[in-house]
Design a protein around this ligand. Sequence first.
Ligand SMILES: Nc1nc2c(ncn2[C@@H]2O[C@H](COP(=O)(O)OP(=O)(O)O)[C@@H](O)[C@H]2O)c(=O)[nH]1
Ligand SMILES: [Mg+2]
Length: 408
Amino acid sequence: MPPPEKIVGIIGKTNVGKSTLFAALTLAPVQIANHPFTTIKPNVGVGYVKKRCVHVELGLKECNPRTGMCVDGYRFIPVKIMDVAGLIPGASEGRGLGNKFMDDLRQADVLIHVVDASGSTAPDGTPASPGTYDPVEEARLIQEEVDKWFTSVILRLWENKISRYLYSVRDPIELLSQALSGLSISKQKVVETINKLNLPVKLLKWSREDVVRFAKTLRRLSKPIIIAANKMDLPHAEENIERLKAEFGEDMVIPISALAELILRKAAAAGLIRYIPGEGSYEVVAPEKLTAQQKKALDLVRRKVLEKYGSTGVQTLLNRAIFDVLELIVVYPVEDHRRYTDHSGRVLPDAYLVPKGTTAIELAYMIHTDLGKTFLYAINAKTGERIGEDYVLKDNDVIKIVAAAAHR
Ligand SMILES: Nc1nc2c(ncn2[C@@H]2O[C@H](COP(=O)(O)OP(=O)(O)O)[C@@H](O)[C@H]2O)c(=O)[nH]1
Ligand SMILES: [Mg+2]
């Protein structure tokens, strides 16, 4: 089984641009036939992180990705994107937080919180003129809301599924982790939280305050939030972006224009321009086909967004969430380590997003359980060296697993 797909949840109050961002992220940068995930629900789609493909470093002309794509030496690797509508300030007190919302949030590995950096949206979503509302306040309120929701879920689990069984179990941390697994939280995160807070290993000794502290830190570690400062093309956005960065940290605030990215990707999909997500410019390839309106929109994107900020920020945002916040690296499993192919001759067929610290044997299990069970050794395709099961994978490694049971 390939590594579990990563799920990026988009949250924020009404009218800040969540659906626009979702549409932009999930509009494939180039046409592809094969979608890695079947689209199940309207608010779930596939987006792509972008990274220099290892085929360039290996001196190869091209590669043949089985999922995602490779454009101009950049590999676009799929991740799942979810538009989690329905979070409004005060929501955890009951209003607006439906089961659907909870269910979506539970599954997410990282959250993108979209705020209106221009301050032109009221807390309830009503449009106003830029500069009316404070996005710093908005970011604080929504994060508090997520914390409240998370804490209430943990407190409920504690009362119903944990505290009363603590007397009878041998491994209380295992009990706790099991109870939290429905929130897509690993035992590792649970242990990390307990260590970080110096909480007693004996869970029986925890007070209610301990449980609350545990919940807050666990939320930060297991559902980290990155802020998308949207509508950067509007007045007042620039000054507010600086204030957001001062409050939440330079690295956690990414200025974007979701609308600009959507305009560019749509124009590219229609064959009007050439544009690769993340780039600071586009090229008009079919000027005769552009309507006056399209031309005007594209000019605006160039002047208000690309020339001013260098890019729309949308690709940077997704890359940050996956590579920096979740700290994932990319590894390329192959079957033929000399030609970098699978059994059918596909060059670099897979690019796996795996956690930093993943070992060779863990990779073997991700490819196929049989490969893990009968693992002998692995080969680092770049150096030709044999590596053992404990080898810690590096970013951009190309790896062949040698096992007693051939898979397939
Ligand atoms: N100026 C500007 N408007 C945007 C941007 N992104 C979204 N919008 C507009 O904001 C409004 C709300 O967007 P929508 O995606 O429906 O918000 P949602 O309620 O959070 O899903 C729409 O009119 C969008 O066109 C942007 O980057 N710049
Ligand atoms: Mg929406």
